[in-house]
Ligand binder design. Structure first.
Ligand SMILES: NC(=[NH2+])NCCC[C@H](N)C(=O)O
Length: 496
C-alpha cells in the first residue's frame, strides 16, 4: 500500500493492482519516504497550462465525477495509510515493489483520454465492484486502485446431504466454521462475509406443499431425505431426491453468482458434491471464461443412464455439461402419473464445456464414467499421473491445459477449484462418505491449493464431502482440520 501511496502522491493511478504485480524483495531495502501531503484532487489532475484546463472543463460530467465525495475521500484514506505505515514500518525498510505499471497513467492526461474512449484495465478478480458492474464510460480512479487491495471472501455454508445416502455430511459446514475457519481467514487478511449457513428447509416445505395432491402415497418422512424418498420427491429412474437436489443447487447457483458479481470470492462449504452444480453454474454466470479444476477421487460425471448408485453427488459434472444420458432419462420420465411434481434440473444450462475442466486425483471411476471421459476428450490426471510425474508437474500441466483454451490470451483464465476432501488419502481425511485408498498425501492436497492461489486467478472455491458423523472423534477432528487448512492454502496461506 505504501507503493500505491507513492504513486498516488505523484499523481498516478496504477490501474492493475493485483497480487501478481507485487515483487517481494529478498531483504528489505532502504527506502526514502517523503512527508505526506495530499494535494487537492483537482490540482492533481489538472494540467498546468490554462489551455488544457479549457479543454478539460468542456467535460462537465468528468469534472463532477472527479470532485464528488468518493474522490475527496481518497485523500483521507491515503493519509490513513501513511499514518499506519509510519507506525508499523518505520525503520523496516522497503520490502516489496510494484511492477506492471504499463496500465498506469498520470492522472491529468489519463482523465482527458478516458473521457473519449472509456477504457478500463486490471485483473478481474481484483477490480473494484463498481467496475465489474458498470465498466462502460466510467473513469477509473485511485479509489478503484484502493478497492483492489480489499478482498472479500463470502462463505456459502451448505448443510445439505440429499445427493447421497449417508447422514452427517450436512454437518460438514457447521463443523468447519466451528473449528474457527472465519477467524483463520481473517488472520490471512481477508474480509470475511458469513451470515450463517443456508437453510434449505423452505425448499423442502415448498416442494412438499406444492405436491400435496400428488397421487403416490407418502413413502418417507420430510426430515429424512437422505435415506428414504418422500412422496413429493419420488426417484426418477434410480435417481434419488432429484427435485430437492435440483432446487437446492438452483438456489446455491444464485447465491454464488451474486457474490461473484460483486467481486467477492465465494467459498462454498458442503455438503455433498452434488452442490457443485450450483457453485459452478454460479461461477460461470459471473465469469463465463472460467475453467474448473476438480480435485476428487471420483469423476462425478455419471449420467442418469450410467449411474449405478442413483446418488446425484456422483453426477454433477454431467448435468453441468448437458450430457445426453440425462436428456434421455428426463424425457422418458412420465410426468402424467404425478402432474403436480416438477421436472428437476430444467434450470441448469450446459455451461461447462468438456475442455473447460481438468481432474486431479481420480482413482475410483465407474466404467460408464471412463467411457464418458474418453468420448468427450476430458482431461484427467489420475493418481497414476500423480505417481508418475509428481504433483508439481501435474498441476502445471493442468493449468497449462486450461490456459491453452483461453479465449483471451492476454489475461489469466479465471479458475474455479472444486475440492472433494475424499481426493485425499483416507489416512489424511478419514471422515468422508466414499473414501478410497491410494489418495493424495497431505502435502499434495495442499500443494494444489497453494499453486492455484499463486496464479492469482481463483474466482470460486468449494470444499465438499466433510462428514463429521463418520468415524471416531479423532478422525473427525483431523478431517475438519485438514478441510480448514486446505481452504487456507487456497486463500493464500504459505509455509514461509
Ligand atoms: N462426490 C462423491 N463422493 N461421489 C462418489 C460417487 C461414487 C460413484 N461413482 C457414484 O456415482 O455413486
Amino acid at each position: 500500500m505504501l507503493g500505491w501511496l507513492d504513486l498516488y502522491q505523484h499523481g498516478f493511478v496504477h490501474r492493475d493492482i493485483s497480487i501478481g504485480n507485487i515483487l517481494k524483495l529478498k531483504s528489505a531495502a532502504t527506502a526514502f519516504r517523503r512527508d505526506f501531503s495530499a494535494l487537492p484532487v483537482r490540482n492533481l489532475i489538472l494540467p498546468s497550462s490554462t489551455k488544457d484546463i479549457g479543454s478539460l472543463n468542456s467535460f462537465p460530467e468528468l469534472i463532477t465525477a472527479i470532485e464528488n465525495d468518493k474522490h475527496r475521500s481518497i485523500a483521507d484514506i491515503a493519509y490513513k495509510i501513511h499514518k499506519h505505515a509510519q507506525e508499523f514500518t518505520s525503520g523496516a525498510g522497503c520490502k516489496a515493489i510494484w511492477t506492471d505499471g504499463d496500465m498506469g497513467e498520470g492522472m491529468a492526461g489519463y482523465f482527458k483520454r478516458l473521457a473519449h474512449d472509456g477504457t478500463v484495465s486490471g485483473t478481474p478478480q481484483f477490480m473494484s465492484k463498481w467496475f465489474l458492474n458498470e465498466s462502460k464510460n466510467k473513469i477509473q480512479s485511485p479509489a478503484d486502485d484502493i478497492e483492489s487491495f480489499l478482498w472479500t471472501v463470502s462463505i456459502v455454508g451448505c448443510p445439505f446431504s440429499g445427493g447421497q445416502p449417508k447422514i452427517g455430511v450436512d454437518e460438514g459446514p457447521i463443523h468447519l466454521v466451528e473449528a474457527g475457519l472465519v477467524n483463520q481467514l481473517q488472520e490471512l487478511g481477508w474480509n470475511v462475509k458469513f451470515d450463517g449457513h443456508h437453510q434449505f428447509e423452505d425448499i423442502k416445505y415448498t416442494l412438499s406443499s406444492s405436491s400435496a395432491t400428488a397421487s403416490s402415497p407418502a413413502a418417507g418422512t420430510d426430515s429424512d431425505t437422505s435415506t428414504t424418498s418422500n412422496h413429493w420427491d419420488p426417484p426418477i429412474g434410480i435417481l434419488k431426491n432429484p427435485r430437492l437436489v435440483s432446487r437446492v443447487c438452483e438456489e446455491v447457483a444464485k447465491v454464488v453468482s451474486g457474490h461473484a458479481k460483486k467481486g467477492e470470492l465465494p467459498l462454498t462449504l458442503g455438503g455433498d458434491h452434488s452442490l457443485a452444480m450450483g457453485t459452478i453454474s454460479g461461477t460461470l454466470d459471473a465469469h463465463p471464461r472460467a475453467g474448473v479444476i476438480w480435485v476428487d477421487a471420483h469423476a462425478d460425471i455419471n449420467t442418469a443412464a450410467t449411474t449405478e448408485s442413483g446418488n446425484i453427488h456422483g453426477m454433477p459434472v454431467s448435468f453441468l455439461m448437458g450430457l445426453d444420458g440425462n436428456h434421455q432419462a428426463f424425457s422418458d420420465f412420465n410426468k402424467s402419473n404425478s402432474p403436480s411434481l416438477e421436472t428437476p434440473f430444467a434450470w441448469i444450462k450446459p455451461v461447462l464445456k468438456p475442455s473447460s475442466i481438468v481432474y486431479i486425483g481420480l482413482r475410483d471411476v465407474d466404467s460408464g464414467e471412463k467411457k464418458i471421459l474418453k468420448d468427450n476428450g476430458i482431461k484427467a490426471f489420475s493418481m497414476h499421473d500423480v505417481d508418475r510425474y509428481g504433483i508439481g508437474k501435474v498441476v502445471e500441466m493442468a493449468l497449462d491445459y486450461l490456459n491453452a483454451d483461453n479465449t483471451n490470451p492476454d489475461e489469466v483464465r479465471p479458475i474455479h477449484l472444486s475440492f472433494d476432501v475424499d481426493a485425499l488419502d483416507p489416512s489424511v481425511a478419514p471422515s468422508t462418505g466414499t473414501p478410497v485408498r491410494g489418495g493424495l498425501t497431505f502435502r499434495e492436497g495442499h500443494y494444489i491449493c497453494e499453486r492455484i492461489w499463486e496464479t492469482g486467478a481463483l474466482v470460486g472455491l468449494d470444499l465438499m464431502e466433510v462428514n463429521p458423523s463418520l468415524e471416531d472423534d479423532v478422525s473427525v477432528k483431523q478431517t475438519v482440520a485438514v478441510g480448514c487448512s486446505l481452504v487456507r492454502a487456497a486463500l493464500g496461506e504459505t509455509l514461509l
